[in-house]
Design a protein around this ligand. Structure first.
Ligand code: HEM
Length: 391
């Protein structure tokens, strides 16, 4: 039995996705002069067929309308062959082994954060665990000193704060954040070139494919992408998972009794409340999707959460089913741009959830207050998530 709580504001977008999937699955929006794509099969096509749907904003958007942050020139905004080269380069430094080596440290950080709330009997999952955990992990991986972590958080928040209602002030804040981050990383690169350390920045500086290394701009783009793409998304994966468990009474007890279910629950949360909302692409050539003709150069927004609730792909799509099998969700994307940080995000979320199950006994209760979604075009999650448990 699914619990009904005051979450209209949070789930309103899901009503829109359902309506659009059923009535206008490929929809031209005059406001963005582009297309919204809602069905699973169409979203898969748009995000994987890179010869038809490009990720390279700079080829299609006039300079004055482009995003002015370093991410716009990073790996996620590149097409082959350059994308392939860059992905090989960064994969040398950002390896599954490096992530696996972080396991005991991630446990330590999580445990330290839970130490501060366990005896209190209540916490804000976002403030007390889901935000500080990924920011600390990525800062340590990159080799950034602890005292700059607050700046990191501020900078990465400023990047994702933009949505349809963003004010001029928000935009200026974003631009300023981008500038501060670029300056900061330029300085770190200089230090690491002179004195390499055992960290990701030093490994990135040394990575080489066919005698080629990353340019300074590419290095900055990648580090900023890791900070922005890696923080907010992982925060929301942890928060959204707790929301899913709360909406489905009995699931915390099931997970506590059978920890093999934890990774499955996380995959289902990635499907049910996907942290990334939209993935942009630009049509390279004229093409059709369904019965709509897409012109060369037009923008497309592929809506991941909508695809992940498509009944044609997922039976009982609006039901959170921990043991869903198969679960070919698109939460981490698909194809050549498949999330490079997926192993790290999965590991952090698994450790966070397991530690919570170990340390916060009995059943859990999310306060029955209206939960506000974060303001963002591209990210889905809540601002606060007050949780209590039995003491
Ligand atoms: C790409 C989601 C965590 C680094 C992507 C894409 C998605 C995604 C949907 C594909 C974008 C596209 O096709 O244009 C997520 C989610 C996360 C997460 C839901 C957490 C739950 C992370 C973390 C890192 C990271 C922790 C690194 C620290 C990247 C990078 C790419 C990427 C570098 C670009 C890969 C490429 O273009 O080849 N992510 N991500 N992500 N993600 Fe993540």
């Amino acid at each position: 039995m699914q619990k009904k709580i005051n979450r209209e504001e949070l789930t309103a977008s899901y009503d829109w996705y359902r309506q659009m999937r059923e009535t206008q699955p490929v929809f031209f929006d005059p406001n963005i002069q582009g297309w919204h794509i809602f069905r699973y099969d169409d979203v898969v096509r748009v995000i994987t067929e890179h010869a038809t749907f490009s990720s390279e904003q700079n080829r299609f958007v006039p300079a004055e309308y482009r995003d002015v942050n370093p991410i716009s020139s990073s790996i996620v905004r590149l097409d082959p062959p350059r994308h392939h080269k860059l992905r090989q380069l960064v994969s040398q430094a950002f390896t599954p082994r490096m992530v696996a080596n972080m396991e005991s440290r991630i446990k330590e950080i999580t445990s330290g954060l839970l130490d501060q709330v366990q005896a209190v009997g209540e916490m804000d999952v976002i403030r007390d665990l889901a935000t500080p955990l990924p920011i600390t992990v990525i800062a340590e991986l990159l080799g950034v000193p602890a005292e700059r972590r607050e700046d990191f958080k501020r900078w990465s928040d400023a990047f994702v704060s933009g949505d349809a209602e963003a004010t001029e002030e928000d935009m200026q804040e974003g631009i300023q954040a981008a500038g501060s981050m670029v300056d900061y990383f330029a300085q770190i690169f200089e230090e690491r070139r002179a004195h390499p350390q055992d960290d990701l920045v030093s490994a990135l500086l040394l990575a080489e494919v066919d005698g080629e290394r990353l340019s300074n701009e590419e290095l900055i783009g990648f580090c900023v992408l890791l900070l922005v793409a890696g923080n907010e998304t992982t925060t929301n994966l942890i928060g959204n998972t707790i929301l899913c468990l709360d909406e489905n009474p009995g699931s915390v007890e099931r997970l506590r009794a059978n920890r093999d279910l934890v990774p499955k629950a996380l995959e289902e949360a990635l499907r049910y409340y996907s942290p990334v909302k939209l993935v942009p692409r630009w049509a390279v050539t004229e093409t059709t999707i369904g019965d709509q003709r897409i012109e060369a150069g037009q923008l497309l927004f592929a809506w991941v959460p909508s695809a992940n609730r498509d009944e044609a792909q997922f039976p009982n799509a609006d039901q959170f089913t921990i043991e869903r099998e198969p679960n070919r969700h698109l939460g981490f994307g698909r194809g050549i741009h498949f999330c490079l940080g997926a192993p790290l995000a999965r590991l952090e979320a698994k450790i966070a959830l397991n530690e919570m199950l170990d340390r916060l006994p009995g059943s859990w209760h999310v306060s029955d207050v209206p939960l506000s979604p974060i303001k963002s075009m591209s990210a889905f999650g809540v601002k606060q998530l007050p949780l209590t448990w039995e003491k």
